[in-house]
Structures are given as C-alpha cells and as structure tokens.
Design a protein around this ligand. Structure first.
Ligand code: AMP
Ligand code: MN
Ligand code: MN
Ligand code: MN
Length: 282
C-alpha cells in the first residue's frame, strides 16, 4: 500500500516530517509522498529520514486553483525539490496567501472578531498560515467555542469572514508542475462541489488544460465515489493516484495510509505515475 497525499506542520498538519516518515513505516506503506500546501519546506527533513525507513519517501505539493468559480486542488507529485523556478513560484503563492491573511484579519475585525496576525501565528509552527490556524486563534480569543465552529460560522468557504486567495488557473498549475518535472493531478475531485456535480465533462476539460491524473482513492471517499473516479480516469486515459490527506490532529480520526478505515491504495499506481512522469511534454 502507498499514500501519495499528506501534510505536516509545514502547512496545516500537526506532525513533523520526521514523525510522518516514521508513521509511514509503522503503517507498513511501501511509498509515502509528502504534499504540503504551497511549500516544499518539509521536504529536506522528510528526505533526510530515508536511510532510517524502508518506506520510499517522495516529493510533492498541493496547489489551490480557481475552476468554475470554486477552489480546486491540484497535487504536484514527484516534482524536483531543487528546481529554483518552481521554488520561486511557490514563494509567489505564499505571498498571495499572506496578502489574503492580512485582508481576512481586517474582515474579521469588521465582523466583530478582532484578532491579530500574531494570534494566528501563535497556533502555527510555520510561517505558512492557513485557516486552520485562524480557527484556533478565533477559539482562543473566545469568538467561537471550538475551532470547527469557526469554519461553520466565520471562515468556511461560504461564510462572511472568508476571503478568497488569488488562485492559479488549473492550466498554470499544471504547467508549473510539469516544468518542475512532476505530474499534475486533480486532488480529491469528489470534494470539489458537494452534491451532484457532473464530473465527466469537467474532467475532460481539465485534461485538455494539462492535468494528467486524478485522485481515485482518497481517505474520505465513499466506495461509490472511488469506483466512479477510478472508472472515469480509465475512460479518459488519466493516471489514478491515491492518498489519505492525513493532517494529524487537524483531521481527527483520519489515519495515514488508511483514511477513515477502508483506504487501500495499490502499489502499482506508483509505477503508472512514474511512467507518466517520464512522458513529460515540456
Ligand atoms: P486555506 O489554505 O488557508 O484557505 O485553508 C484551507 C484549509 O482549511 C484546508 O486545507 C483545511 O485543512 C481547512 N478547512 C477548510 N474548510 C474547512 C472546514 N469546513 N472544516 C475544517 N477545516 C477546513
Ligand atoms: Mn489542508
Ligand atoms: Mn486539498
Ligand atoms: Mn491535502
């Protein structure tokens, strides 16, 4: 079994990269790809664990895009961590995130929930502040009782305190990832829009824009979703990947490699992914 989607405290997870590598070993995975949001910051410490574990440690990241008016996540799997252009592009994304964070602070103050960036930073071990850290700061300041309530009332996607980031287009994300030697993959398509979204045409459209794979196995899919997306990938000739989207304590009950319990991502998906990587078109 493999897991090609997980987070550390370099983005919105709670484990160190070292702990994540050890967890992958404990879970008896054969490969584990770290995919923190907008950063490769955890990668050096993660890869440095390789001599100590049998599980193959691999490099990735997760980028947010705007598609049909909603946020679509794209995994950049097997990117080259030494690629200077890609690093500069990620830094640009983090700048956009910081800008969004400052505007979210102003917006929350307008809504009667004044918190400071320092309050948010106090809940993060990384300079990459995400809404997970905002939620905890809002709870600490007493504007919500517990962090999940912040997503329900204040900073969830459809809430008054949510400020969107300036996000990439899927084509841009795909190009960045390809130019860094990686494979661009649509992350958790089943989580894109809740309800009856018709994916067949939209996925073909994304494929046209350079997306080469989709996450057919996911820590929070129902069995029917997994079947649907694995079948769709086969129909379109896209690569299938899979992962738990493990976030440590920020997604309670979701385990590395196993998701909510039933996840099993087959090893042979990695061979297909590596073959696809070599088919680079740039
Ligand atoms: P950001 O990248 O700052 O917009 O924050 C996005 C992160 O917030 C996601 O990766 C999730 O970890 C978390 N998140 C988003 N929506 C929710 C929600 N409704 N409940 C809990 N966590 C959420
Ligand atoms: Mn996340
Ligand atoms: Mn995601
Ligand atoms: Mn993720």
């Amino acid at each position: 079994m493999i897991d090609l989607h997980c987070h550390t405290l370099h983005s919105d997870g709670t484990d160190t990269p070292e702990d994540l590598a050890l967890l992958g070993e404990d879970a008896r995975l054969s490969a584990l790809c770290l995919t923190d949001h907008d950063t490769l910051g955890g990668i050096p410490a993660f890869l440095a664990m390789q001599p100590r574990v049998k599980v193959r440690l691999m490099v990735g990241t997760e980028l947010s895009c705007r598609f049909l008016g909603h946020s679509l996540h794209v995994l950049g799997l097997l990117v080259n961590p030494a690629d200077a252009i890609f690093q500069a592009r990620l830094e640009n994304l983090r700048g956009r995130r910081e800008d969004r964070n400052r505007r979210m602070i102003l917006r929350l103050a307008e809504l009667g929930c004044p918190i400071t960036l320092e309050d948010v930073q106090a809940h993060a071990e990384t300079p990459l502040l995400s809404r997970v850290h905002f939620a905890e700061a809002l709870a600490t300041r007493g504007f919500v009782r517990r962090a999940p309530e912040a997503f329900e009332r204040l900073i969830g996607d459809d809430c008054p305190g949510f400020v969107p980031r300036d996000e990439l287009s899927p084509a841009e994300a795909a190009q960045w990832i390809r130019e860094a030697g990686g494979v661009p993959v649509v992350a958790h398509p089943g989580r894109f829009i809740r309800g009856g979204f018709r994916w067949d045409e939209a996925m073909a459209d994304l494929q046209q824009r350079g997306l080469e794979g989709l996450e057919g196995y996911y820590g929070e899919y129902r069995a029917a979703e997994q079947k649907y997306f694995v079948t769709l990938a086969a129909k379109l000739g896209m690569v299938v990947t899979g992962g738990s989207d493990y976030h440590g304590a920020n997604k309670p009950g979701l385990r590395l490699g196993r998701g909510r319990g039933g996840l099993q991502v087959p090893d042979d998906l990695l061979d297909r992914l590596e073959t696809q990587q070599k088919l680079g078109t740039y």
